[in-house]
Design a protein around this ligand. Structure first.
Ligand code: GMT
Length: 376
């Protein structure tokens, strides 16, 4: 069993969710897990005897123009690694976490501390374009003992953007099927004033511009002209007001439900007939897996890792980015054909069990740790 330090951004977001769920599963398998983060990760909602939390405190002194998060993190990583005798640091995001971990490793030269870095996307697709950071991201990746990326698409983007031939292992996101499954939600539909004969379309995101939530609304506008339907928008973020105004200008206030950030999204997914994720950048799309695990077919844009998650024409549909007419056509195909919809729903659950189950993916991380620690 290994002693593993995990660093991620602990707030809401796919990378934080993935890192926390991984830590919980590894702990259940007997590993000792040390979260080294600025806050308790929000999904760490249960006591585990072998999960520890070490808070990174970032103080701001008048002499510093910016509080030194990266240095405080590297210092905490080294402190925890020495005191607890960690075997490895598994960091999520190259920037700045891999760089901090490498610094911490150098600070603990008496330990044989290993660094595993997982790339989630934004560090490459957004920060990788910034010439001020490019060399540092490349350094973090190349000096890591092992690197994983959440899709094949992210590996090839990283290679072409950073001009690196570092070995990168594709390890997909996973979902805890014990938590995400279709549940009996009794009268949830009626509580939201959704009629039994109305279809439910859902979108879940952090409302960043890349998520193109306005395309979700515009597509739904076309869909609801043909079938009785409601759209549930879950989440909050920078584009919220813009999306709200768009819904109003399209006269759909009665048909679009803004439910904000939610803890138990599986309940809302369980009343949904279709999920839309129409982003212009998406290295994987963990929210797709969560929907599929609840038996909800998805329509996703043909970008990044989305086509590695949705099997086009089998458990959902892949559409061109920005093509709202294509979204409408595919959505109507599913919403008006109960047989196809039920077939896709079964296929989605099967795909999650076969390709993205916690057991399978956590096992892949464990095998990688073994290789890094023992060269096996
Ligand atoms: O999508 C976001 O804005 C959040 C971001 C994050 O850092 O949590 O998500 C990224 O990592 C997730 C977990 O690996 C992936 O499922 C998301 O696709 C990825 N987001 C983007 O690439 C935009």
């Amino acid at each position: 069993m290994a002693k593993i330090g995990i660093t991620c951004y602990p707030t809401v977001g796919g990378s934080g969710v993935l890192a926390t769920e991984l830590g919980k599963f590894l702990a259940e398998k007997g590993h000792e897990i040390h979260f080294i983060t600025t806050q308790i990760p929000f999904r760490l909602n249960k006591i585990y005897p072998n999960i520890y939390f070490h808070e990174v405190e970032v103080n701001s002194y008048p002499v510093f123009q910016h509080p030194p998060y990266d240095l405080a993190l590297a210092n905490k990583m080294a402190e925890v690694a020495k005191r607890e005798g960690l075997d490895l640091l598994h960091v999520h995001y190259a920037m700045p976490h891999a760089v901090c971990a490498i610094l911490a490793k150098q600070m603990c030269s008496d330990l044989d501390l290993k660094v595993v870095t997982t790339l989630h996307g934004t560090d490459i697709t957004v920060l990788g374009i910034d010439d001020n950071l490019k060399q540092l991201i490349k350094f973090g990746i190349e000096k890591s003992d092992a690197v994983t990326a959440v899709s094949r698409s992210l590996v090839s983007q990283t290679r072409s953007m950073l001009k690196t031939d570092k070995d990168m292992h594709v390890i997909y996101n996973f979902v805890d099927e014990r938590e995400y499954q279709n549940i009996d939600t009794a009268n949830l539909k009626s509580q939201f004033d959704i009629q039994e004969d109305e279809k439910v379309v859902i979108h879940v995101s952090n409302f960043r511009k890349v998520k193109r939530v306005d395309d979700v609304v515009k597509s739904f506008h076309l869909i609801q002209q043909e079938v009785k339907a409601k759209l549930i928008l879950v989440g909050d973020g920078p584009e919220f007001n813009h999306v709200y105004d768009l819904v109003k200008s399209l006269g759909m206030e009665e048909k679009v439900l803004f439910v904000g950030k939610q803890e138990r999204v599986q309940e809302l997914l369980s009343i949904a007939d279709l999920k839309l994720l129409l982003s212009e950048k998406e290295s994987f799309g963990l929210v797709l897996l969560e929907a599929m695990a609840c038996g909800v077919p998805c329509i996703g844009a043909d970008v990044g890792g989305i086509p590695e998650v949705i099997e086009d024409g089998v458990d959902g549909f892949i559409v061109e980015v920005q093509n709202i007419n294509q979204v409408k056509e595919k959505a109507l195909e599913l919403l008006t054909d109960p047989e196809q919809s039920s077939e896709f729903s079964k296929n989605a659950v099967r795909a999650v069990n076969e390709k993205f189950s916690a057991k399978k993916i956590v096992g892949q991380y464990e095998r990688l740790y073994e290789q890094v620690l023992h060269g096996e």
